[in-house]
Design a protein. Structure first.
Length: 144
């Protein structure tokens, strides 16, 4: 089994479009289960700087490579003890990440467009939503 867990605790991966609440729900779920929480976007920011800066300076392709490596490390490092892992909205576009997640418990989160609109209006640090943020979000949501 690819990405399997040998320690009896699950590796739970939360995925879905940006701004649906993966990080907040992930923290709550991890606390409830007594498991560590890993937010892959936060790990990327900690090690590589702001996501918007990576996009601006190195491009989306470079960011996706960093993201795929970060997700792989998070999943591989959680196999024995379990964890709740929150992925960035586009992480599942990578075929290697898709394979890796085959051995994990995956949860797809979504919410209504009005809630997303309110959330993205409060956060300007989302490089893929530059311009008409809600129209871009709807396009990304449909594509993913």
């Amino acid at each position: 089994m690819v990405g399997g867990n040998t320690g009896g605790w699950p590796v739970i991966v939360l995925m879905g479009p940006m701004a649906v609440g993966k990080s907040v729900i992930g923290q709550q779920l991890a606390q409830h289960l007594g498991l560590p929480f890993i937010d892959t976007d936060a790990v990327i920011v900690e090690h590589h700087g702001a996501i918007a800066d990576i996009f601006a300076g190195r491009g989306e392709h470079a960011f996706r490579e960093i993201e795929a490596r970060t997700v792989a490390r998070a999943v591989d490092g959680s196999r024995d003890g379990g964890a709740v892992i929150s992925l960035g909205g586009g992480a599942v576009l990578d075929s290697g990440t898709q394979q890796l997640l085959g051995g994990c418990t995956t949860v797809y989160l979504e919410c209504d467009a009005d809630t997303v609109a309110e959330r993205i209006a409060r956060n300007s640090a989302r490089p893929l939503l530059a311009g008409d943020a809600m129209a871009r979000w709807e396009t990304l949501f449909a594509a993913r």
